[in-house]
Write a protein that binds this ligand. Sequence first.
Ligand SMILES: *[C@@H]1O[C@H](CO)[C@@H](O)[C@H](O)[C@H]1NC(C)=O
Ligand SMILES: *[C@@H]1O[C@H](CO)[C@@H](O)[C@H](O)[C@H]1NC(C)=O
Ligand SMILES: *[C@@H]1O[C@H](CO)[C@@H](O)[C@H](O)[C@H]1NC(C)=O
Length: 441
Amino acid sequence: MIHQKQMLHHFKFSTTVYVFFCFTLIITIITTQAATDLSFIQSYCPNTNTFSSNTTYQTNLNKLLSILSSNSTNKNGFYYTTVGANNPVNTVYGAFLCRGDRTQKECKDCVSAASNQIPQKCPKAKESVIWLAECMIRYSNVSFFNVAAEVPVLALMNTGTVMEQNRFMQLLADTMNAAAVEAVNGGGDKKFGTKVANFSSFQTLYTLAQCTPDLSNSGCEKCLKIATNYIPSCCSGKQGARVLIPSCNIRYELYPFYHELNVPAPDEPRPNPQGKKSRNSVVLIVAIVAPIVIILLLTLFVCWIISKMKRIKFNSVPQESVEISRVEFLQFDFDTIATATNNFSGDNKLGEGGFGEVYKGMLFNGQEIAVKRLSRSSGQGIEEFKNEVVLVAKLQHRNLVRILGFCLDGEEKMLIYEFMPNKSLDYFLFGVCIKIHFLIF
Ligand SMILES: *[C@@H]1O[C@H](CO)[C@@H](O)[C@H](O)[C@H]1NC(C)=O
Ligand SMILES: *[C@@H]1O[C@H](CO)[C@@H](O)[C@H](O)[C@H]1NC(C)=O
Ligand SMILES: *[C@@H]1O[C@H](CO)[C@@H](O)[C@H](O)[C@H]1NC(C)=O
């Protein structure tokens, strides 16, 4: 009897620890949302148009990339320049564009990462475009200022699907159009717009549209129309996607992937300039407080149930099962993951830890993923979960990697992350608790 009581205390203690870490993590995730995501998204370089090494063109290109890097605190997140204008054959035209919600510092970090990566992704290309998560660099031997470049159109999607697809696609079209209108007519020197809409009581749709600010309003509108019209054919029913065109881009997700508080207010009469801001902070506070309250209540309820129970099953994980049933829409099926990782082949294995193995994989849309396959042995559960949570708490938030979803199939438990090249394995070895992020936002 006494023994059981001690166990109960122990359990309550670890539940408190769990709640505390989740709390810390939620705060961390919110902060992380504001930090720069330097991950490579896509590059485009036609290999028919190349230069040879040690030519003036290469020298000019290197000069251009370094000028772009050093001007990347430019106020509106866009900069266009030319190098070698005295010799038309070797002139290089270039520009960068940062996502409209980025601060100068975030823009600078992103542009310098992009300018480092572009020669590796597109060696010897006379023209190319590289997209990182939050900025783009483009250069060419042909001037493109004020010209709406409408090809190529690249689409990337979040593989998770939504329920009620028809209603979702209609809401998406309406919301994305509103974001595009805001981008076209939007205030200041950025052509950037965002719009939010409620899809269901627990799913909010976030959309973003942006053009390079050198475009005319009609050029921007035309480009965004091409991007928006592309969604039904590439990404119907998907819970997130980006369409990338050199002159404009759009993105939507079911989580706030941009930094809402930094979004420039559209040009409209604003008798009370505080109005928008305070409304946003109310939303933010609700977004922070509501989930915490829910988690606390849930935990108290679980504790109460357990204290009612005579026999304590130490290994049961009630919280986890509740979460998983509510984040089902992020579920990948086993076959998708098996295909992506070449049937969990040894070649794809990045490493392993006490919890299981980590594999690299590629989804059919080309997205690289890291798959954490939790070990099947029965002894796992809450202990292992706790270990992970402790590990997460120790990590700095810049190291958080975006989780795409999970896979549950019989004994299999897997977590699917965005793969970050050049990151150590540690990067992928944590994160069960991050699911809560998706549960809430
Ligand atoms: C380019 O120039 C460098 C230094 O002048 C030289 O070491 C290198 O071999 C040259 N490369 C080619 C392909 O000519
Ligand atoms: C750009 O490069 C391509 C391929 O080398 C060439 O055909 C084209 O004439 C160049 N354009 C300019 C403006 O130099
Ligand atoms: C979404 O729903 C919340 C409350 O349910 C409401 O306060 C908010 O205004 C809604 N947002 C939009 C864009 O309709």
